[in-house]
Design a protein around this ligand. Structure first.
Ligand code: TTP
Ligand code: MG
Length: 406
């Protein structure tokens, strides 16, 4: 099963200030202008929060609530620097993460579970590294989806770790007593509107029919909120790199219900992407497929490669694994493949250096890549259909064991 983590650093700006000035540890620290000046609190240490000090509160109010608080001015550049270190640690676990803010990210760990076994194990290791390498604590939620992961990271702050197992009944019970404002997308306006209709808790939403909810707040909001109230959330983790991906897709003239035709089309897209990668001299770290069904429902599935790559073999194996995760229960409108997370380091031999010793064999990946390039050249000369791949590269067929397989 897949697992999503949400990580959120504890009292982030204040924690960085304490890190850089250990005499502040254990004190009520408020990051923001002093109470004598106009302006609002950025954040406060948990010691200051005991007195009711909160983010976005006027400093004057914070000073009144906690007269002994130590106010320190914000140093944005420093927070950005530490934020980059936080994200680098996350990235060392998997490139499939989505940074939400300076101190927060979603991480899709389904691609690294073979190594880590459970989402909890990743979370424990991640927290340990934040502490040992940065001296900071984080709270982590582990769950089947984004909404529940974020909820989880918030349940036991600071230094929390909450795992929400993939058990629909337990999830519904966990959510039931919470206020509707816990549902992602329910802001002040929707909350007020729901309260007018007598809906305060998530249980109140669960008890309704979605049609009834729609009559209160409109169809699309209702469907969204109803799903969340039952703990269902289909949103993918969108890596920053996904925005800068190289991709190729085909929209069928008529919606296609022939799985074999879709697969062949997908191979074509994969090969287009491989060709672009090689001609750009880049390697990618993550592959994704996109499938749009006749009703315009669109799903994306992504997966990291074991190593950055640009060989058709790796790309096709990845597409094949991802395609296997799609249930083709309706005709398909569009199919596409893309890669992201480019690794642009030049790793070729330096000039004047022999690429490999006279008696050594050319390393396997290099040979594979040369073959791909030869195919690319033939295709340039004779057109795409002139060169067909051998059956070993067909989608859905068994792969040799040396393949990337996370
Ligand atoms: P948060 O993660 O919301 O808050 P936090 O890290 O300080 O505390 P915790 O997660 O333990 O509840 O925000 C991260 C940083 O963003 C925070 O340290 C300061 C900044 N921030 C603001 O500048 N203004 C705000 O209103 C909020 C909420 C945060
Ligand atoms: Mg935080």
């Amino acid at each position: 099963m897949g697992a999503i983590l949400h990580i959120d650093m504890d009292a982030f700006y204040a924690a960085v200030e304490i890190l850089d000035n250990p005499s502040l540890r254990g004190q009520p620290v408020v990051v923001g202008p002093p109470p004598t000046r106009r302006g609002v609190v950025f954040t406060a240490s948990y010691e200051a929060r005991k007195y009711g000090v909160r983010s976005a509160m006027p400093s004057r109010t914070a000073g009144r609530l906690c007269p002994q608080a130590i106010f320190v001015p914000a140093r944005m550049e420093r927070y950005r620097e530490v934020s980059e270190q936080v994200m680098a640690i996350i990235e060392s676990f998997t490139p499939v993460y989505e940074q939400l803010s300076v101190d927060e990210a979603f991480i899709d760990v389904s691609g690294v579970l073979r190594r880590w076994k459970t989402g909890r194990a990743v979370a424990v290791a991640l927290k340990k590294r934040m502490r040992s390498e940065l001296g900071l604590t984080a709270s982590v939620g582990v769950a089947p989806n984004k909404f529940l992961a974020k909820l989880g990271s918030d349940l036991r702050k600071p230094d929390g770790l909450v795992v929400i197992p993939d058990d629909p009944k337990a999830i519904a019970e966990l959510l039931a007593p919470m206020p509707v404002s816990r549902l992602w997308g329910v802001g002040k306006v929707t909350e007020a509107r729901l309260r007018e209709c007598g809906i305060r808790s998530i249980r109140d939403v669960q008890r309704l029919r979605v049609e009834t909810l729609a009559s209160f707040i409109g169809k699309s909001s209702a469907e969204h909120i109803y799903e969340l109230a039952w703990g269902r959330d289909a949103r993918e983790v969108i890596t920053e790199a996904l925005a800068k991906s190289i991709s190729s897709e085909t929209t069928f003239d008529e919606d296609c219900d022939d799985a074999e035709v879709v697969r062949q089309t997908l191979i074509g897209e994969v090969e287009n992407v491989g060709r672009r990668l090689r001609s750009d001299g880049r390697k990618a770290r993550v592959g994704h497929i996109r499938v749009r069904f006749e009703d315009f429902t669109t799903i994306t599935r992504q997966k990291p490669f074991q190593k950055p790559t640009r060989t058709d073999r790796d790309l096709i194996n990845c597409a094949s694994d991802l395609w296997a995760r799609i249930k083709m229960d309706a005709p398909i409108r569009l199919i596409g493949f893309g890669v992201s997370g480019f690794d642009d380091e030049e790793e070729g031999p330096r000039q004047g250096e022999l690429p490999f010793g006279p008696f050594e064999q050319e390393p396997e990946p290099k040979r594979v890549e040369r073959l791909d390039r030869a195919v690319d050249t033939l295709r340039e000369q004779f057109g795409t259909s002139a060169v067909r791949r051998g059956s070993t590269l067909r989608l859905g067929e068994k792969r040799d064991s040396s393949e990337n397989d996370d």
